[in-house]
Design a protein around this ligand. Structure first.
Ligand code: ATP
Length: 260
């Protein structure tokens, strides 16, 4: 459904070309949950921004159902690590804002907003302001806001990176529930291999600078997944495999830096 075809990206820094992504190609199936991991600076966020249409690729094409994307679109919802909520709007106001340009009837907008507030477990907090919410609750608002116009693809860049371990675990379970209930395709960027494995159908390891696909690893662990899956042997074997790939890339990147 989502086709990433030979995407390259080069930034210009001090008039020097800095290649960040090098011919990244990936096919993502409808309803797939795909995570992207890789050493720091390998271009994960840049790739996500290109998929979101917030950044242009230097080369290559992103297609959804065969049509190349041009800029941001309602077929994609985005959740970043930072809680990019409007502080002066209530929970309800923040989520409703995403529907501002939609021509849905007002009653249907209200219904959708209420539905997604319930889906992320925020019933009772409709009139709260972001400053009155915990980090986990703020990210739940961000998820509801990204889903309320029913995008087919949810793009998430380290959405739980700033949360404590306990809250993070709860948010992962909540996200899987929302994903299962709403049949959305998810591309999820994370540093955390446990998180990637727990959530995903497939994990893509990017090579260090410039980012290329180093490995694609299927995660054939049964669903629904419970939190204690992380201590089971098949999970640990996959984790070892991914950590080995990332470590090799990190060492390679450090070698490049030392040699530069
Ligand atoms: N607008 C920009 N101009 C110049 N260089 C940039 C720009 N955005 C990103 N870069 C560089 O591109 C590289 C990849 O950055 P990116 O944020 O995509 O990596 P990442 O894998 O998400 O990193 P991390 O895991 O540390 O968040 C970095 O070296 C970064 O400095």
């Amino acid at each position: 459904m989502l086709e990433i075809d030979a995407i390259s990206k080069t930034f210009t820094v001090d008039r020097k070309a800095v290649p960040v992504l090098d011919r990244v190609s990936l096919s993502v199936a409808e309803n797939e949950f795909l995570s992207i991991v890789g050493t720091s600076g390998c271009g994960k966020s840049t790739l996500l921004n290109i998929l979101a249409g917030l950044e242009d690729a230097s080369d290559g094409t992103v297609r959804i159902d065969g049509r190349p994307i041009r800029g941001p679109g309602r077929d994609r919802g985005v959740v970043f690590q930072g809680y990019s909520l409007f502080e002066w709007m209530t929970v309800e106001g923040n989520i409703r804002f995403a529907l501002e340009k939609s021509d849905l009837p007002a009653a249907e907008k209200s219904e959708r907003v209420a539905h997604f507030i319930a889906a992320v477990g925020l019933r009772g907090f409709e009139r709260a302001y972001p400053a009155q919410l915990s980090g986990g609750m703020r990210q739940r608002v961000a998820i509801a806001r990204a889903l309320v116009y029913r995008p087919r693809i949810l793009l998430m860049d380290e959405p739980f990176g700033a949360l404590d371990a306990q809250t993070r675990g709860m948010m992962q379970e909540l996200l899987l529930q929302v994903w299962e209930d709403h049949k959305v395709t998810v591309i999820f960027i994370t540093h955390d291999v446990d998180e990637a494995l727990f959530l995903s159908d497939r994990v893509v390891v990017l090579a260090a600078r410039p980012g290329r696909i180093r490995r694609e690893i299927d995660v054939p662990l049964p669903r629904p997944r419970a939190f204690d899956i992380v201590t089971e042997a098949p999970f640990m074997a996959l984790k070892r495999e991914i950590l080995t790939e990332i470590r090799a890339e990190t060492l390679r990147a450090m070698g490049q830096e030392a040699g530069a």
